[in-house]
Design a protein. Structure first.
Length: 317
């Protein structure tokens, strides 16, 4: 029976010495700390953030339905637009890290799939008339690749870094994956608990590393990733959850580049981002160097590294 049970409103109650011993008086500092913890929990549990509030937080780095229409001529009805899956706290942290919030569409104005090929067709003349250069530099080698003719972005919201994450250039694909794990733990979820989905992905990667590369130095690992079995390693690395969750596909990379350029400025003008897709040959595809000559698309073995080849961060549900 509760000691409050049976009391009328406003009626005083008596607590025994035994009951009183169970209570403690908090200091002002302890009260403030509890209040901060409660506020942080509340912000992190408020998953649904309205587009209007998200726009206030992200400023020019909010690329919603209006940006989709301005860039691609795609009109999304209100009922077609998914809810933003990020909390206020997550958006604020993304802004601090130089990320933008982008609404990705999957269907062109004519109802066809919004593939890389379709994006190029939609915007090539528009860019030419506006003297903005080209969309894509040269499509010859990949004109029949699945990632170019078949894959579309997934309809929904994503948080994307404007440029490569720190310390990801001059690194092979395995080393870049290590940097993504660090970026998640030390930056995205700084001073917070890493969400279970990403914790599982990091654990899977750590297990994979131990099974395949533990005890080997960088030269030995590079030799493995570039040797006779490089295609096997390319597939295994690309399929890891951490890379599927945090790297863009080539289609997403081009879409995000064009969306940001449509509202703000060029990104990845001097760098590539290494994506989570492989070419039919087995190489891991990179997209970038988006200058007036158009975005370049290339591929590399997982053991290679270049000063202009990094990885951008992408996070979506």
């Amino acid at each position: 029976m509760s000691f409050r049970e049976g009391l009328k409103p406003g009626q005083p109650f008596v607590i025994s010495k035994d009951e009183l011993s169970k209570f403690s008086v908090l200091s002002a500092k302890e009260m403030a700390e509890l209040r901060e913890q409660d506020e942080e929990k509340l912000k992190n549990t408020e998953i649904k953030t309205s587009p209007e509030h998200a726009a206030e937080i992200m400023g020019a780095d909010f690329l919603g339905a209006e940006a989709v229409e301005n860039t691609f001529g795609i009109t999304l009805e209100q009922e077609q637009i998914p809810e933003i899956p990020f909390s206020e706290a997550e958006l604020e942290r993304a802004r601090e890290l130089g990320q933008f919030l982008v609404l990705r569409a999957d269907t062109a104005p004519d109802g066809q799939s919004l593939t890389m090929k379709k994006m190029n067709e939609l915007l090539a003349d528009k860019f030419k008339k506006a003297k903005k250069g080209k969309i894509l530099y040269d499509t010859d080698w990949y004109k029949n690749e699945d990632f170019f003719v078949s894959e579309t972005p997934k309809l929904g919201w994503a948080l994307v870094s404007k440029e490569n994450i720190p310390n990801s250039t001059s690194k092979n694909y395995l080393q870049q994956t290590q940097e993504l794990a660090k970026y998640l733990t030390n930056e995205v979820f700084k001073d917070k608990t890493v969400s279970q989905e990403y914790e599982d992905a990091i654990s899977e990667f750590e297990d994979y590393y131990q099974q395949n590369f533990a005890g080997k130095n960088n030269d030995q690992i590079r030799e493995l990733l570039g040797g006779d079995n490089w295609q096997k390693y390319a597939q295994e690395l690309a399929d890891l959850k951490i890379n599927q969750l945090t790297r863009q596909s080539p289609t997403e990379a081009l879409y995000d580049i064009l969306m940001y350029f449509g509202k703000n400025s060029r990104i990845l003008e001097n760098k590539y981002t290494w994506t989570k897709r492989r070419s039919s040959y087995g190489g891991l595809v990179g997209v970038g160097k988006f200058d007036a000559g158009g975005a370049d698309v290339s591929y590399w073995r997982p053991g290679l590294s270049y000063v202009d080849l990094g990885v951008s961060f992408s996070r979506s549900p």
